[in-house]
Design a protein around this ligand. Structure first.
Ligand SMILES: Nc1ncnc2c1ncn2[C@@H]1O[C@H](COP(=O)(O)OP(=O)(O)OP(=O)(O)O)[C@@H](O)[C@H]1O
Length: 587
């Protein structure tokens, strides 16, 4: 049953009710109805609820109420509330929601946003001159501010009323466990702590034990008549499509044309370099679509892009998992995952960018034939229901794409570089999949993949060494591809001259010039020995690969229910906490 805000006991403050009316939120969502009374009633809460269920207000309202109810006025630099968010975007978004409420206060609390990507000296200056009552921060920056001691933040937090760990599982996934433990040390024990997440993991349980005192565990499931509880909203229809690597891009283009340019899409890629390349490519291939791109390696542009896309009524946002959590963009019709995400739980969060607060939405994940077991895995492991996307599209009717892709690279070396970088980054990131027992680098169809990236030739990389691949490079001297940018091109030409003379690319790391002192005969002998060793190693590796393939084939067929269960149970141990700069991360 829907509960109205004014029915809450004790009653919410006037400024809160006023803002809720202004936002036209007449009733509480289930997570709000469960969590707000607990936090107001002095309990710590660890809450799990599906994406887009209104978790932000579930912690902001109690935080404001608790601070507002204190009889003693808050001092200029006395912190009553801290919200820790995994990404800058999410922190900014929370701060904007908070602002709506603060604007309605007669004497508003001072809120500050402390996130990476800005100079820490500016934050210190601001805290010194303007003070603060509520901090919304990313963990890295907050830890810095607390430990550096440039401002007496550790003193200012002595009366902390409430600490919020938003998207806590993501905080852990990004490797912030140590930072969080350091931060927790600075806070008074007498505080309320709430922890929010759309998924539960074993590591999260450890954080709950470390940071919360006798917490009430709230798990808000769907109001669904279905017997099993899914971790995605019931309004979300979740599709998958299996395409050969060479057809994947073509299928995506067909799919987008079929759906039309009047809708709003979020398109997820595995790496920043893939976002950069495919953004450039699709801009040329689909000129009718409004397009934006966003990833963790963009600095100031990130905010602008997000704002533009947020206010647009249609278009595509190309992004990495920096956008996977918490980001609340209205009216997303489709979430398309061009590749499965590196972390298993990210799947649910990516999909959760659509079908928010009762709205309808769809998600589509593209998989390659070697990834078909992922469908079963994600359905069991993440409690989602996936349907096969069946709109008579298969990518085969888009013949012009290969030609245009190649032409773009031939016309500008910058695009040629981007294509290569995207491919290399993809292969590297692929090897870091959490469920690498299903998504295995050695099962990748590298030649097909290289064709889908439109590569003119295969890049030199260890993963491709010793492999016999059915890939025809374009026959040409690749040094003939020039940059459109004149300055870049003239630098390249100078380097090319030097390379032709010395055989060494200027500035290239790790490449040593041949030692001039070694006698020619000796050098030749050493080279031959090395060659022989390489040959033997190649034969050995090839043999192992062949053995591995047959073994794995046998294993996959024999996977029993118990083995699936075991794999799922062990998933948290398989997590790699190392931040992978090549994929995407934040501070
Ligand atoms: N009581 C309410 N009534 C109507 N709309 C609401 C209510 N509470 C929140 N919303 C709106 O619902 C949307 C989703 O809320 P929010 O971003 O807090 O969800 P979330 O659970 O944190 O999602 P995620 O897990 O993806 O971070 C927002 O646009 C918010 O303004």
């Amino acid at each position: 049953m829907d509960v109205k805000w004014d029915k809450l006991q004790p009653k919410l403050s006037k400024f809160v009710l006023f803002t809720l009316r202004k936002l036209k939120f007449s009733t509480m969502t289930p997570v709000q109805a469960s969590v707000i009374p607990l936090l107001l009633g002095n309990k710590d809460v660890a809450a799990e609820a599906v994406t887009g269920s209104g978790k932000t207000l579930a912690f902001l309202i109690p935080l404001l109420e608790r601070m507002h109810r204190r009889a003693e006025p808050w001092k200029h630099f006395e912190i009553g509330g801290i919200v820790i968010s995994p990404t800058r975007e999410l922190a900014k978004q929370t701060s904007e929601v908070l602002k709506d409420f603060l604007d309605a206060m007669e004497q508003p609390f001072k809120q500050v946003l402390m996130i990476g990507g800005t100079k820490i000296a500016e934050d210190i200056e601001m805290l010194k001159s303007e003070g603060a009552n509520i901090i919304i921060a990313t963990p890295g920056r907050l830890e810095d501010l607390l430990t550096r001691g440039d401002v007496p933040l550790h003193v200012a937090v002595k009366s902390l009323e409430m600490l919020v760990l938003d998207e806590a599982d993501r905080l852990l996934e990004l490797g912030f466990e140590k930072s969080l433990n350091t931060i927790l040390e600075f806070f008074p024990k007498q505080r309320r702590t709430s922890l929010f997440s759309a998924t539960q993991t074993r590591q999260l349980e450890l954080l709950v034990r470390a940071g919360l005192r006798n917490p009430v565990i709230v798990s808000v499931k769907q109001k669904s008549s279905e017997p099993s509880t899914f971790s995605t909203p019931k309004e979300l229809v979740n599709y998958y499509k299996i395409c050969s690597p060479s057809d994947k891009m073509k299928f995506l283009i067909q799919f987008l044309k079929h759906q039309g340019s009047g809708k709003k899409y979020i398109l997820f890629f595995l790496t920043c370099a893939c976002v950069d390349y495919f953004f450039e490519l699709l801009r040329k291939l689909l000129p009718d679509f409004e397009m934006h791109s966003l990833h963790g390696k963009m600095k100031k542009k990130r905010e602008k892009m997000l704002e533009k896309f947020r206010s647009a009524t249609s278009g595509i946002l190309f992004c990495t998992d920096v956008m996977e959590r918490g980001i609340d963009i209205p009216d997303i019709d489709w979430v398309v995952q061009f590749d499965p995400p590196t972390s298993v739980s990210a799947f649910v969060h990516r999909c959760g960018r659509t079908a928010r607060i009762g709205q309808e939405g769809s998600a589509l994940t593209l998989l390659m034939p070697n990834e078909d077991a992922y469908v079963d895995f994600i359905q069991r492991n993440q409690k989602v229901h996936l349907e096969e996307y069946n709109a008579d599209l298969d990518g085969s009717d888009e013949p012009g794409i290969d030609k245009i892709t190649k032409e773009l690279q031939l016309r500008d070396r910058a695009c040629f570089d981007k294509a290569n970088r995207a491919f290399v980054s993809f292969v590297r990131a692929y090897g870091k999949h959490e469920c690498y027992f299903i998504l295995r680098t050695k099962d990748l169809d590298f030649a097909g993949l290289a064709r889908s990236f439109g590569l003119l030739r295969l890049p030199k990389m260890p993963e491709l060494k010793n492999l016999q691949l059915d890939f025809e490079p374009v026959e040409m001297d690749f040094n003939d591809i020039s940059y459109k940018d004149k300055q870049k091109e003239s630098i390249r030409k100078c380097k090319l001259e030097e390379f032709k003379e010395t055989g060494v690319w200027p500035g290239a790391k790790g490449i040593k010039r041949p030692k001039q002192t070694v006698a020619w005969e000796e050098a030749k002998k050493a080279r031959m020995e090395k060659k022989e060793k390489r040959k033997k190693k190649k034969e050995y590796v090839q043999k192992k690969i062949e053995e591995g393939k047959t073994k794995n084939k046998r294993k996959r067929k024999k996977m029993t229910d118990e083995q699936w269960k075991e794999l799922e149970d062990n998933i948290s141990f398989l997590k790699r906490m190392k931040k992978d700069k090549n994929v995407d991360c934040d501070d």
